[in-house]
Design a binder for this molecule. Structure first.
Ligand SMILES: C[S@@+](CC[C@H](N)C(=O)[O-])C[C@H]1O[C@@H](n2cnc3c(N)ncnc32)[C@H](O)[C@@H]1O
Length: 253
């Protein structure tokens, strides 16, 4: 079953589903250096055995496939709300499930669950706690959850950028991650939380949003109005705005 929220967000991602995703935002999500930063942050924490890995909100699963190839021995399962994304995965050994994470019940537990740039698609603290509880239920007792979220460390600016996404109705609903993330994890039942690395900074302008979401001048004006007091991770410019997302990597169990 697909929730109304998932459908709302999926409709707004229409232009970037499938092949297009890896070309979005200057190839940020298929950038090999970025993928290697993720792998080298995670690898030291992994036990030396054949791992069952679950990649949630995976799109085509590229990050998981790269990790798998690097480890040499592991089994990968990917889950996403978009079949178009999942169809881009060409590894016959990888298991694929098209479902809403809010409904996920795979009847199996994993050694490692990974997530990247997806917790923000659950646009309230309550929904994020619900999703994290579902993820935790899929972890073995010694299992690890590694998440690399779209992050804005200044909470006030995180709130304004999220408000901008939620107000401009061509963009999907989001609540980006910030310094309150650890308390959200604790509320979801995780009792260990640590930053173990980081990816490249993702810099966006209104041009990236025009391409991805088809924003008009009015949409950009509305965004500028909401962001007008931001000074750090967001800035209003003459033509639109600049946004800066950090991508820290967190380990939890
Ligand atoms: C920003 S993309 C990140 C994709 C991938 N993790 C990566 O790093 O390239 C967010 C992903 O979350 C998926 N997604 C959004 N809401 C979802 C939901 N409710 N259930 C499952 N997947 C969802 C989207 O389809 C998309 O693939």
């Amino acid at each position: 079953m697909t929730s109304r929220l998932a459908k709302y967000n999926l409709d707004r991602d229409k232009k970037v589903l499938g092949k297009e995703w890896l070309l979005t935002y200057g190839n940020y999500f298929s950038d090999e250096d970025n993928i290697q930063l993720f792998i080298s942050a995670v690898k030291p924490f992994l036990p030396n055995k054949e791992l069952d890995i679950l990649y949630v909100a995976s799109a085509s699963g590229l990050l998981g496939e790269r990790l798998l190839a690097n480890l040499g021995k592991a089994n990968l399962t990917i889950v996403d709300i978009s079949q178009k994304h999942l169809d881009e995965n060409k590894n016959p050994k990888t298991k694929r499930f098209c479902l809403d994470l809010l409904d996920m019940d795979l009847g199996k537990k994993f050694d490692l669950i990974i997530m990247r740039s997806a917790l923000d698609y659950f646009p309230s603290e309550e929904l994020q706690i619900t999703v994290l509880k579902i993820i935790k239920r899929h972890l073995k007792s010694e299992g690890l959850f590694i998440n690399q979220p779209a992050y804005i460390s200044d909470v006030v600016e995180r709130n304004l950028v999220s408000l901008m996404y939620n107000t401009v109705n061509k963009i999907g609903k989001r609540l980006f991650q910030s310094s309150d993330l650890e308390s959200i994890y604790l509320n979801a039942g995780f009792n260990f939380f640590e930053k173990i690395g980081g990816g490249k900074i993702l810099n966006l302008t209104e041009q990236d949003h025009i391409k991805r979401y088809g924003l008009t001048g009015d949409d950009i004006g509305l965004g500028q109005e909401i962001l007008k007091d931001c000074k750090n991770s967001a800035r209003v410019t003459k033509k639109g705005y600049n946004l800066k997302f950090e991508f820290p990597i967190f380990l939890a169990k």
